[in-house]
Design a protein around this ligand. Structure first.
Ligand SMILES: [Fe+2]
Ligand SMILES: [Fe+2]
Length: 351
């Protein structure tokens, strides 16, 4: 809703109204006028974020059938389901910008839209589940908390709920690692090995260095982003070092040292050529992740068809007056529907 004083002034152009809302730290809503480039930036960012939530279920999903206890399995299952939910909120937020979820999914499985580079690494041991919670969800929190104040209303509101769940994910990962560290020597080695493999890819989650990130300034001007990639990476490192000490693991960066003057940790440069390779599709698991997503999407075709047919039937039966509850039918049909239900059902849920 455009409510800034300037925006309400008679004769203000749509551009002036938009700028005034941004300057007043208010929210742009779906029906408000917005520049095409602002819309396109948001669609790209929210779609990429949604894809990351959905693809992100795979590395940990790999351990669902092999979790070491019923308790660990229940926790991991709950976490994977949370990620599916995050994907749904975000696809719904993207749809408020005039794109269709089916179209976004098609772009993902045909390689035209990206997801976070981190999910292209394999999960070799159960310690990876803990390290993903601690480092990957921890990095996601650093990235996402400022997005709760994003200028686009539906995205900001989705992020509030997502961040609450991410903080549960981070703590469950840390608790899992603490348990392993109290275990046998082999378990401690397993944790250290997982930390060694995930540390640098986690730092790369914040994207390239500021010097190589030309779009950051524009996104910050629009108050979509609030901090640069390097600022967020520094915040993550400063948060993580004491946690690593408490855990009793070594971060694989021998050059790391406390900088008294800055009041922050100095740390090494990630291998940016690795990030480029992974983004270009040459990471260890890129092909497998996309192929699996494609197969799941195709397997879910009958669910989308059934949900659409059912919603149409309900609409026809109920007529115009009672047509609002069709969406609830789509949410009660289990996990397959959560990730693969048709666009029509999701539009209902997204309202
Ligand atoms: Fe998530
Ligand atoms: Fe998460």
């Amino acid at each position: 809703m455009v409510t800034a004083e300037v925006a309400e002034r008679p004769g203000a152009s749509p551009e002036e109204a938009f700028e005034a809302v941004i300057a007043a730290e208010q929210r742009i809503e779906p029906r408000d006028w917005m520049p095409d480039a602002y819309r396109a930036t948001l669609v790209r960012q929210i779609a990429q974020h949604a894809h990351s939530e959905i693809i992100g279920m795979q590395p940990e999903g790999n351990w669902l059938t092999r979790a070491p206890s019923l308790r660990r399995k229940a926790i991991l299952l709950a976490k994977a389901q949370d990620e599916a939910g995050h994907g749904l909120y975000l696809y719904a937020a993207a749809e408020t910008l005039g794109v269709d979820r089916a179209e976004l999914t098609e772009k993902l499985i045909s390689g035209r839209q990206k997801y976070s580079s981190i999910f292209n690494y394999p999960t070799l041991t159960f310690a990876d589940v803990g390290v993903i919670g601690w480092l990957v969800d921890g990095a996601a929190i650093c990235n996402q908390v400022p997005l709760c104040r994003c200028s686009y209303g539906p995205y900001a509101r989705a992020m509030v709920r997502i961040c609450k769940e991410e903080s549960f994910h981070q703590r469950q990962g840390y608790e899992l690692l603490m348990t392993l560290m109290r275990g046998t020597e082999a378990q401690r080695r397993m944790v250290q090995d997982a930390v060694d493999r995930w540390w640098w890819p986690s730092l790369m989650m914040f994207g390239p260095s500021d010097a190589a990130s030309p779009n950051t300034a524009r996104s910050m001007g629009w108050r979509i982003k609030r901090h640069t990639n390097d600022e967020l990476r520094q915040r993550f490192v400063d948060m993580t070092v004491p946690q690593a000490e408490h855990l009793g693991v070594t971060l694989p960066d021998p050059g790391m040292s406390w900088n008294e003057e800055r009041g922050s940790w100095d740390f090494g440069e990630p291998d940016w050529s690795e990030l480029t390779r992974v983004i270009q599709g040459q990471g260890p698991c890129n092909a497998q992740r996309v192929e699996r997503r494609r197969a799941a999407h195709e397997d879910g075709g009958w669910v989308r068809e059934a949900a659409t047919a059912y919603a149409e039937k309900r609409r026809a039966e109920a007529g115009a007056s009672t047509g609002t509850d069709a969406g609830t039918a789509g949410t009660g049909t289990g996990a397959a529907t959560k990730t693969d239900a048709g666009t029509e059902t999701e539009q209902e849920n997204g309202k």
